[in-house]
Design a protein around this ligand. Structure first.
Ligand code: ADP
Length: 495
């Protein structure tokens, strides 16, 4: 049975969606639109304005004016906080509609979008709303040894960075928009948001809700379009003060180059190849935990537990358990009731992930289950468990971004940290053991921005998230995110 589509969703997808610039809905300057497909069929879901350089130009002008002379900075922190809080409320009021748009556009099960993506996005705005009134500097006792006897009063101010460009991916479209917009707005910045071309719908809908919440014109601008055109123009724009990017490490490096022109601030949340480590004394829940770590969101998580390490004498049992779960997962369209795993987001991702599966096979890995595309319509891939891998194989080293886990045994606490850290990434890690001392000792040794003990994929608006090594620069969420959206000014007065 299919989830009944809300009327508002049908209306939203029935006509081309426009760009949101300076508080107005406008066509792309070129007049062009592009299609976003339904990944469960490949059929066209909706048409979207294809913004490019000229539209980014318009949006940056609007954001610049809204920051330099506009109402956002003149509002009290408390008023800003109230508007941000209202965005969270409106997301909850429109939860079914947003979850349906997300499911249709991205392919994820409606039930998952409704239970996780949408409430987490609302919670992020509610959490960040509270920070608007709590951004503080310090007073500092200074000594100035070359001015003996002089008296000073020194303090710091935390001020917004300015106009911020935000480029987000397609795996959690609404949630990634929230992670980016919430702290940027709480800190008083203005924004140009560029959603992923594969999944633009919820960001466009969110723009409408933000206007309804009272975000003034020009403070948030949403320009849909492609990465190489709209995204690249935003990253390179000389009037943009900061770029915040979530996506592949490859594009992250392009962003760094593009940002060099005016040395805009850069934060990056990039790829991962996260180890999930199951010790011999782990509780039975570790099996479902290991399956969830990789198969949640079809493996399309930057933090997916894609390298499963199991201590030797439990290896066969734990891997067999993960295989059994993989085989039981019900694949289907996101809007079909009972679907546990939807399609991958796009034909490109289908080709990429099946390319990795071919390379694993060619290199000698064994697929205990899965290993191929599922069906011949839409972009489905079977949940896959690979064994007999070696540390140099492509499937072990590179981020696959699909429901594919590589499983390998390990001997002891002494050798697992080195194996787990043997990656150019450092985003997440999981540890499963009933020995809490062992868990914390290993947590310290892992070079990763997030470590989960006896759980995985636990996110909260108050927990900083980001990567070591090539997994990124800076942190999202928590009060750390505010730091990434503020500059510090030191003020000194001689008394
Ligand atoms: P994926 O490979 O998983 O699709 P990407 O890193 O390519 O992830 O995309 C993440 C976001 O980056 C998307 O919004 C995309 O449009 C954007 N993007 C892609 N290429 C560029 C680029 N050269 N400059 C700026 N943004 C880009």
């Amino acid at each position: 049975m299919t989830v009944t589509t809300e009327r508002s969703v049908e209306e939203f997808t029935a006509s081309p969606r426009q760009l949101f610039i300076d508080g107005q809905w406008v066509d792309a300057a070129s007049g062009r639109t592009f299609e976003t497909p339904d990944p469960s069929t490949g059929d066209t879901l909706a048409h979207i304005a294809e913004g490019d350089t000229e539209d980014i130009e318009r949006a940056v002008r609007a954001a610049r004016r809204a920051f330099d002379d506009g109402p956002w900075g003149r509002l009290t922190a408390s008023d800003r906080g109230r508007i941000i809080w209202k965005i969270g409320d409106l997301i909850l009021e429109h939860a079914d509609e947003l979850a349906q748009l997300e499911s249709l556009d991205n392919g994820k099960p409606f039930a998952v979008a409704r239970a996780a993506d949408v409430p987490l996005a609302a919670d992020l705005f509610h959490y960040m709303a509270g920070w608007a009134t709590k951004i503080e500097g310090n007073t500092i006792n200074i000594s100035v040894p070359y001015m003996p006897g002089a008296n000073f009063h020194s303090y710091t101010l935390r001020e917004p960075v300015g106009v911020v460009g935000q480029i987000i991916p397609w795996n959690f479209p609404l949630l990634m928009a929230a992670w980016k917009l919430g702290p940027a707005l709480a800190a008083g910045n203005t924004v140009i948001l560029k959603p992923a071309e594969q999944t633009p719908l919820t960001a466009v809908r969110l723009a409408g809700l933000m206007a309804e919440a009272g975000i003034p014109d020009g403070v948030v601008n949403v320009v849909t379009g492609f990465g190489e055109t709209a995204g690249a123009a935003l990253a390179a724009h000389p009037q943009v003060d900061k770029i915040a990017f979530t996506g592949s490490t490859e594009v992250g490096k392009l962003i760094v180059h593009a940002a060099a022109g005016n040395l805009k601030k850069v934060t990056l949340e990039l790829g991962g190849k996260s180890p999930n480590i199951v010790f011999e004394d782990a509780s039975p829940e570790a099996v479902a935990g290991a399956a969830n770590a990789i198969f949640f969101n079809h493996g399309q998580c930057c933090v997916a537990g894609s390298r499963l390490f199991v201590q030797q004498n439990r290896f066969d049992e734990v891997v067999a358990g993960v295989v059994e779960i993989a085989k039981s997962i019900k694949l289907g369209p996101g809007m079909e009731e009972g679907t546990q795993m939807g399609p991958l987001v796009s034909d490109e991702q289908l080709r990429r992930v099946t390319g990795f599966l071919d390379s694993g096979r060619d290199d000698g890995a064994t697929a205990l289950t899965g290993g191929t595309r599922y069906g011949d319509k839409g972009y489905f891939v079977e949940p896959t468990v690979l064994t007999n891998t070696t540390p140099d194989m492509k499937v072990v080293r590179e981020e696959i971004f699909g429901p594919v886990v590589v499983a390998a045994p390990f001997q002891s606490l002494d050798d697992i940290a080195a194996a787990a850290n043997d990656s150019e990434y450092g985003l997440g890690a999981g540890i499963w053991t009933q020995d809490i001392s062992k868990a914390h000792a290993l947590a310290k040794k892992l070079r990763a921005g997030t470590v989960w003990i006896n759980c995985y994929n636990v996110f909260d608006a108050s927990l900083p998230f980001g990567g070591y090594k090539q997994s990124g620069w800076g942190r999202e969420m928590g009060h750390e995110a505010l730091e990434a959206y503020t500059e510090v000014k030191a003020v000194t007065a001689q008394l």
